[in-house]
Design a protein around this ligand. Sequence first.
Ligand code: HEM
Length: 124
Amino acid sequence: MEQQEPLFDRLGGMDAVNAAVDIFYTKVLADESISHFFTNTNMKYQAGKQKAFLAYAFGCPMGYTGKSMREAHAHMNITEDHFNSVAEHLVSSLEELNVPGDMIDEVAAIALSTKKDIAVAKTE
Ligand code: HEM
């Protein structure tokens, strides 16, 4: 079978990540069910964090040096509902950028694979 380029490259590399960051982050902060998680987030570093977030979700091949997903989201009481809302904002951001559906499916699969480490609390 023909070897495919990594998803990160097929999506458009860092340019695609940067475009998606703006849309994704605006959606997350506008969503009152999850925006409170980011109230104490240092805005100066947020762009870098969001890029790391999306590069990670895109299966970025360059070494990720941030915290593990379990460590980064520990003690936040993120529920499965919170997680699903973030995942939906990620998908709809990519849709707005006209990313093809099969690639969005790949991104969603990578995002979902982190759920067990991120969403640890029960939805009320
Ligand atoms: C696909 C799912 C997710 C991925 C790939 C992801 C990725 C990341 C990454 C890479 C970081 C930075 C880690 C570091 O500091 O080195 C981070 C931090 C963070 N994430 Fe997530 N995340 C996901 C889901 C969520 C969800 C569902 C929430 C809450 C609703 C959330 C809230 C946060 C917060 C509040 C921070 C810390 C920001 C700060 O330092 O102030 N994340 N995430």
